[in-house]
Design a protein around this ligand. Structure first.
Ligand SMILES: C[S@@+](CC[C@H](N)C(=O)[O-])C[C@H]1O[C@@H](n2cnc3c(N)ncnc32)[C@H](O)[C@@H]1O
Length: 727
């Protein structure tokens, strides 16, 4: 055992012992699970990582003392960075985090957004009057196509300083519209190294609030030629409330290829899919993200309250659940598939120790992958191959044999590093550890694992299967199909009966769905479209909204809805609108338009010019829709062939990229009235589109700092309407 400074290595007084006991008993009362793995319910809502926030700790961040002697001693002893860098490491951790965002959307839209960010945004929003040196704003070198940007302004300042209100408005409206994602720099890394392809079956095991799920979905939709990719993302979180944050994320991205589910991922039931011959087979995922719950000390810059409650015990308590989540992921992964394991913790017990334990148990079936080449320019430290395990009192141990008996329940043998002779076997140096001073970010840990062989059942020891044993389910070969009703272990079957499913049902269309004939005829939907992928959320009565899923998601929901708690799926494709002028009771919704557009007949499509679209956007109040005669002759000619009702407006532009031309196409749900034309857009989308088209957005550029009397906008100000949600 290595003893540090005496003040930490022993419990000094009887009073202290009593205090500790009372503390522990208090916690037990509240429920062990709640205080540990489920404590995210009380954590900062935007990352679910930080240590539990006690009531008495709630104070303004400025008042928080960013000191913790144990923390300093712990990481100094662990040698997380070179000794000469340690002060820089701590200084960086004590400073506030800067802001970052990613540009998303189709290639064309992203290109145009990038031009705005590089041009106007810097000039207008960042550089302030009289600023000699504007804040630095730069693209992250390792993120493809300059689509991720870091601003050396803190998120707090952007929110707080009046001079940045335009930047704040920009970030809010574009985030709500879905064209940018506000995401921490380091949090962008796991999806990048998962190497996603559009046909992949992807599982995001701990997904809420969903910034990485969003990134996974964007990557799934990378081939713009295909409106509905064959792959999908299953986004899971154990916390029911946080699942609805995932629903919000998924809604922004309008994908028919995502389902949100609500389970403890360490015990995620097997899921099944239907083969062409109608038989069922267990799903083996191609890619799995395990962004596990963690102590979150890598987020100290964003969540400084962690300074006050950090202790080595947090990591010891989390190691078990982190490992069990990773182990379940390894079971659900196909051979040849990839897992990314990530945490925003600096602690090797939550990082390398979990990976080492997994590699050891997998016995050669999993290998660490070196992904350094896919992140050019990223500064990081290689994974640690040696670390110490410390008690909550900062007694450090090299091996399990040294551990004092009193820590037997908290310090486990699997938390220790590989023995010197075995070091080379595991290549833990292939893990990536990002420290805050390396490029002014939060701290983060990423490991990429590849499954090279099926997991095998380990030998039983003393007639008892060890807790750590890995058992691969019988899967995938068709010959080993399991009785469908028996796929859950006993304990989960009981639990299922107790569960109350509050979600509305997912009612997929049948072949002869009565409303479908009208929709199909009115929009001249092509025969390639499978109406069975449409669903409603009500069994009976008038259908209000009709949602679309991909065929694979439909099969997943239908096949697994008895055992999987689906929280949400489907993108809104049609909305009821009982307008007597239209021969169909449903209008097209903007949300599903990108997916459904190729199937809609030309009879309901119109092309629209920049000028006409700007006029529609500036007047999209239904009572004030522009008269058709006030629009261009081209629009008037097209309208002649279009009966009143819902239609698609198509705006196209060709963007120059060196010698290449990149097409940008935007689809908007429109309404051809008897004498007028309008588009359906929310205020955020209106602002976004006007921005993209070079229109006037001055009436939306309202400073939230101005008192209502100073300025009376004729529409509510963007910044006042929606509060931002960041990760
Ligand atoms: C680090 S956060 C995930 C952040 C998310 N991946 C993102 O990028 O937005 C960890 C999440 O794990 C969830 N969680 C904790 N224990 C879990 C478990 N056993 N199974 C599934 N999710 C769990 C928490 O509710 C929390 O939302």
């Amino acid at each position: 055992m290595i003893k540090l400074n005496g003040s930490f290595s022993i419990i000094r007084s009887v009073e202290h012992r009593i205090k500790l006991l009372v503390n522990i008993m208090g916690r037990r009362k509240a429920g062990f699970r709640k205080n540990h793995f489920f404590s995210h319910q009380r954590r900062n809502k935007d990352n679910g990582n930080a240590a539990p926030q006690e009531k008495e700790d709630r104070r303004p961040y400025n008042d928080i003392i960013r000191e913790n002697e144990k923390f300093i001693q712990y990481y100094k002893t662990q040698n997380v960075c070179k000794p000469e860098e340690f002060d820089e490491f701590i200084t960086a951790l004590k400073s506030d985090l800067t802001s970052t965002f990613r540009i998303t959307g189709s290639k064309g839209v992203a290109k145009k957004m990038l031009a705005l960010v590089e041009g106007e945004l810097i000039k207008e929003c960042v550089q302030q009057e009289g600023d000699e040196k504007p804040p630095n704003m730069y693209p992250l070198p390792w993120y493809p196509n300059k689509l991720a940007w870091q601003l050396d302004i803190t998120r707090k300042d952007i929110r707080r300083l009046e001079s940045y209100y335009k930047l704040h408005n920009f970030l809010i409206s574009e985030t709500e519209h879905g064209t940018i994602s506000r995401q921490e720099t380091v949090s962008m890394i796991p999806p990048l190294v998962l190497d996603i392809q559009p046909h992949h079956k992807i599982l995001d095991m701990c997904a809420a609030p969903g910034s990485k799920t969003a990134q996974l979905l964007e990557m799934l939709h990378q081939n713009e030629e295909v409106s509905i990719p064959s792959g999908y993302v299953i986004a899971n979180d154990v916390d029911n409330k946080r699942c609805y944050m995932l629903v919000h994320q998924a809604k922004r991205l309008n994908s028919p290829c995502v389902a949100v589910i609500n389970h403890d991922s360490a015990m995620l039931p097997n899921m099944y899919e239907t083969l062409p011959d109608g038989s069922k087979q267990q799903i083996q995922f191609d890619r799995i993200l395990c962004d596990v719950p963690c102590s979150g000390d890598g987020t100290l810059r964003k969540n400084p309250d962690i300074w006050m409650k950090w202790t080595p015990a947090n990591a010891l308590n989390l190691h078990g659940i982190q490992y069990r989540i990773l182990r379940r992921a390894a079971e659900l992964l196909t051979v040849g598939g990839r897992i990314v394991y990530s945490t925003c913790s600096i602690n090797p017990v939550e990082n390398e120790a979990v990976i080492h334990r997994m590699l050891l148990e997998a016995n050669g079936a999993l290998e660490l992958v070196d992904v350094s080449n896919s992140l050019p320019g990223l500064k990081y430290s290689p994974g640690m191959e040696h670390w110490l395990v410390s008690s909550r009192n900062l007694e450090f141990y090299e091996t399990i044999e040294e551990v004092d008996e009193k820590w037997n329940t908290t310090i486990r043998p699997q938390m220790f590093p590989p023995k010197e002779a075995d070091k080379g076997k595991y290549h833990l140096n292939k893990c990536i550890r990002i420290l805050p001073h390396q490029q002014n970010t939060g701290a983060f840990f990423v490991a990429v694992l590849k499954k090279v062989a099926p997991l095998t059942k380990k030998e039983k020891k003393n007639d008892a299967v060890m807790e750590t044993d890995v058992v691969e389910e019988e899967v995938n070969d068709g010959s080993k199909k399991r009785d469908f009703d028996e796929r859950l272990p006993q304990n989960q079957r009981k639990r299922r009966r107790k569960d109350v499913y509050r979600e509305d049902p997912y009612v997929f269309f049948k072949d002869d769905e009565p409303v479908w004939t009208d929709i199909k005829n009115f929009y001249e939907i092509s025969g390639d479209f499978d109406p069975q992928n449409l669903l409603t959320r009500c069994q009976e009565g008038k259908k209000k909204n009709i949602y679309l899923t991909s065929g694979a998601i439909r099969d997943l929901v239908v096949t697994n809805q008895d055992t999987i708690k689906f929280i949400n799926t489907g993108v809104k494709a049609f909305v009821r609108c009982d307008n007597k002028n239209m021969k169909c009771a449903f209008r097209i919704a903007n949300d599903g338009l990108e997916s459904i557009y190729p199937y809609i007949g030309d009879c309901r499509k119109m092309t629209i010019s920049n000028e006409d679209l700007k006029v529609l956007l500036a007047n999209n109040d239904p009572k004030n829709a522009p008269a058709i005669v006030s629009l261009s002759q081209d629009i008037q000619d097209q309208v002649e062939n279009l009966s009143p009702g819902s239609c698609v407006l198509i705006y196209s532009e060709k963007l120059k990229d060196n010698d290449q031309e990149i097409p940008m196409r935007i689809f908007i749900s429109g309404w051809r009235g008897t004498n007028s034309l309008r588009c359906y857009t929310t205020q955020h989308s209106t602002v976004h589109l006007l921005r993209l088209l070079g229109g006037d957005i001055s009436k939306y550029e309202i400073s939230k700092f101005k008192k209502p009397d100073d300025e009376k906008p004729d529409e509510p100000a963007t910044a006042n309407v929606v509060e931002e949600e960041e990760k």
